[in-house]
Design a protein around this ligand. Structure first.
Ligand code: PAF
Length: 276
């Protein structure tokens, strides 16, 4: 396995490869990320992973500075997964000048749900992802369904910009108690960690209520109130169409749905979703 820090070295290392499967990460790898590497291996060869904590996607009051950086550990895990190259640029390499050209997703997708509570998050994500794609030139890239909206936005970006690659979705990996794996879980205190699976439980209850034919707005409100009552601060619990992440309006024909949630437990903001 090679660890490369510059775009120049990366291109030299990957020259002539035309079946690259790529997994972009911000490091602090857990079993969820490793499942993405395994899926990548089924879709191409070699597997390339990037580790880069992307300042552009963090808001001014978010956790960029304290985001866990565990490079040595990450390298050991990727080595075991048979990753061929780790691309680990620093900020000077990725953004040698201020990144003035940015990729802005459409407002109807980028400004809702996560985008409403984290303005310019998806602009930061799309910008770095497109730049990473341009560096790695993969044939496929794997993204987790845990970040459901991110997956959809990146997929549409590839389609609209005619990038010659495929985005492969990976199922969310959960702990035995249902908590979706996330690098941010490590911020939780012991008490919060015990409470954290309640978010996934709330989503499962929403799913049941939707399948039982309840009104989506009522179900969402009840779920928000219930989780608030347990001490969470929810940003949203929303039942949306999988096709565009908009609400199903009255009278619209039924179509596949997903329930998405974001809520703070203490100072840790968790997101999760469940297809219905
Ligand atoms: O999902 C993530 O870890 C990040 O948003 C990504 C895709 C690596 C871009 O920085």
């Amino acid at each position: 396995m090679k660890i490369v820090k510059t775009i120049h070295e990366l291109r030299a290392q990957l020259s002539g490869q035309n079946r690259i499967a790529f997994v972009p990460t911000m490091g602090n790898l857990h079993e969820g990320h490793l499942s993405l590497m395994r899926l990548a291996r089924q879709h191409g060869d070699p597997v390339v992973a990037s580790i880069f904590v992307n300042r552009l996607q963090f808001g001014p009051n978010e956790d960029f500075d304290k985001y866990p950086r565990t490079f040595e550990d990450d390298v050991a895990k990727l080595e075991k997964e048979g990753v061929y190259v780790i691309f680990a640029p620093d900020e000077r390499e990725m953004y040698p000048q201020p990144q003035e050209y940015r990729v802005e997703p459409p407002h109807n997708l980028g400004d809702i749900l996560e985008g409403e509570f984290r303005p310019s998050f998806f602009k930061g994500v799309c910008t770095v992802v497109l730049k990473l794609f341009s560096c790695v030139q993969p044939r496929v890239a794997v993204f987790g369904k845990k970040d459901y909206q991110q997956l959809m936005i990146v997929r549409r970006m590839c389609h609209q910009l005619a990038l010659p690659m495929e985005i492969v979705p990976a199922e969310t990996v959960r702990d035995a108690d249902g908590l979706a794996l996330s690098s941010r879980n490590r911020y939780l205190s012991a008490d919060e960690r015990r409470e954290a699976p309640e978010l996934a439980k709330a989503l499962a209850q929403v799913r049941e209520a939707v399948l039982a034919g309840g009104r989506h707005a009522d179900i969402e409100q009840a779920a928000m109130a219930a989780i608030k009552g347990r001490g969470w601060q929810p940003d949203y619990i929303a039942v949306r169409k999988r096709s565009d992440l908009l609400a199903l309006t009255e009278g619209q024909a039924a179509e596949p749905l997903v329930v998405l949630a974001a809520a703070k437990l203490g100072s840790t903001r968790l997101i999760d979703n469940l297809e219905i």
